[in-house]
Write a protein that binds this ligand. Structure first.
Ligand code: F6P
Length: 358
C-alpha cells in the first residue's frame, strides 16, 4: 500500500515530529506500507517530484525543526490557473496520485493547504490532513501544531526586550506574526508580560495607547512594551472599505509594517523614544517545544488510524485535549479568530493589560 505525504505552506517547528508520528504508526499498522514523500508541498505532487521514504528517514527527527520534505506556498486561488507552461495543476496532481497508485494523500498544512486538500477530496482523491500553523487560525481544532513553539520564541523575544527597555527607559514594540489573527500575539504578549497587546480582532485607538503609555510614566515606570500583531489595525482603518483604505495608504508615508507606523505615531504623540523589534521568521524556526512534540505525535498517530479505518476526507483535530477529526469540507475556507470577549482577554484586562480599545 502506498501513502503520499507532503508539507505545504509556511513551515513550523513541528512538521517533522508530525510526519514521524504518522509514519511510525503506519509502519506498525501495515507490513507493506510505502510512504512517498512529495518535495516542496503540492508542487511535488504537481510535477511528480518525490522520494520513496525509508523508515529510517523518520528516525531522529522528533526535535528537528523545518521539514525534511521541503515546502512551498501554492496559493489556493491559483490552483485552477494553469502554470506558465499551460499545465492544469489540479489534473496534474490527480495524475501523479493515480500513476503512483496511492491509497491516500496525507497533507500537513494551514488554511490555504486545507482548502487545496478539500479540493482534491472533491476531485475524488483520498485525503487525510493535519493542522499545521504557528497562527493557530485553523477552524475545527482548538490548537494547531507549531503554535506553542512559536509562542515560546515570541515570548522569549519580549523577555529579552524587557531588560534593555528597562535599562534605557524606552517604549518598545515587538511585532508578532499571526497573519490576520491575534492568537500568537495574545499568548506571547501575556506570557512575556507586555503592557499593551494589539490584535487584529480588537481595532485600536492610538489615543488609548498613548494614554496607557503616559499613565505608566506617571506611575514612575521607565518603559512600556507593546506586543503588536502583524495584522493589527486602527479603529479608523477598520471602519474603511478595502478601496478606501488603499486610497488612504496612497497618501501616507510608507512604513515597513504596522509596528513601525505605530512607533512613529507614539513618538510624535508622547515625545518618548520608541524602538521596534520584529522577531519575524525566528518564530517559525528552531526546535519544537515539548508540548508540540507530544501534540504532533498524537495527531500523527490519529491520522494513521484514519487511514487504517479508510476514513478519508478528514482533518485530525484537538477538542478539549482529545484528538478527534473534522470533515475537510467544514474546515476549508474558515478562519478561527480570537473572540474579543473571551475570558482570557477579560483576565488580561483585569491585571491592567491594555488592548488599545478602551
Ligand atoms: O502562516 C504562518 C506565517 O508565518 C504568518 O504568521 C505570516 O504572516 C506568514 O506566514 C509569513 O509568510 P512567508 O513565510 O511566506 O513570508
Amino acid at each position: 500500500m502506498r501513502i503520499g505525504m507532503l508539507t505545504s505552506g509556511g513551515d513550523c517547528q513541528s512538521l517533522n515530529a508530525t510526519m514521524r508520528g504518522v509514519a511510525k504508526a503506519l509502519y506498525k499498522m501495515f507490513e507493506d506500507v510505502e510512504i512517498i514523500g512529495f518535495e516542496d508541498g503540492y508542487k511535488g505532487l504537481m510535477y511528480a517530484d518525490y522520494q520513496i521514504m525509508k523508515p529510517s528517514d523518520f528516525s531522529g527527527i522528533l526535535t528537528k525543526g523545518g521539514t525534511i520534505l521541503g515546502t512551498s506556498r501554492q496559493p489556493f486561488k491559483l490552483m485552477r490557473v494553469p502554470d506558465e507552461n499551460g499545465l492544469d495543476k489540479v489534473e496534474a496532481m490527480k495524475h501523479t496520485y493515480r500513476k503512483l497508485k496511492l491509497e491516500c494523500l496525507v497533507v500537513l498544512g494551514g488554511n490555504g493547504s486545507q482548502k487545496t486538500a478539500n479540493l482534491l477530496r472533491e476531485e475524488g482523491l483520498n485525503v487525510v490532513s493535519l493542522p499545521k500553523t504557528i497562527d493557530n487560525d485553523l477552524w475545527g481544532t482548538d490548537v494547531t501544531f507549531g503554535f506553542q513553539s512559536a509562542i515560546n520564541v515570541a515570548a522569549n523575544a519580549i523577555d529579552c526586550i524587557h531588560t534593555t527597555a528597562a535599562s534605557h527607559g524606552r517604549v518598545f514594540i515587538v511585532e508578532v506574526m499571526g497573519h490576520k489573527v491575534g492568537w500568537l500575539t495574545l499568548y506571547a504578549g501575556i506570557a512575556g508580560g507586555a503592557d499593551i497587546i494589539l490584535l487584529p480582532e480588537i481595532p485600536y485607538d492610538i489615543n488609548v495607547i498613548v494614554e496607557a503609555i503616559k499613565e505608566r510614566s506617571r506611575q514612575g515606570k521607565r518603559f512600556s512594551i507593546l506586543a503588536v500583531a502583524e495584522g493589527a489595525i486602527s479603529k479608523e482603518d477598520a471602519a474603511l472599505s478595502k478601496k478606501e483604505l488603499k486610497e488612504k495608504k496612497k497618501n501616507q508615508v510608507v512604513y515597513p509594517s504596522v509596528a513601525y507606523a505605530l512607533g512613529a505615531q507614539i513618538t510624535e504623540k508622547t515625545g518618548q523614544e520608541v524602538r521596534v523589534t520584529v522577531p519575524g521568521h525566528t518564530q517559525r524556526g528552531g526546535e519544537p517545544c515539548p508540548y508540540d512534540r507530544v501534540l504532533s505525535t498524537r495527531l500523527g498517530a490519529a491520522a494513521a488510524k484514519l487511514i487504517q479505518e479508510k476514513k478519508y476526507g478528514y482533518m485530525v483535530a484537538v477538542k478539549n485535549n482529545e484528538i478527534t477529526e473534522v470533515p475537510l469540507e467544514e474546515v476549508a475556507g474558515k478562519l478561527k479568530t480570537v473572540d474579543p470577549n473571551c475570558s482570557m482577554i477579560q483576565e488580561a484586562k483585569m491585571i491592567g493589560i491594555s488592548f488599545g480599545d478602551e
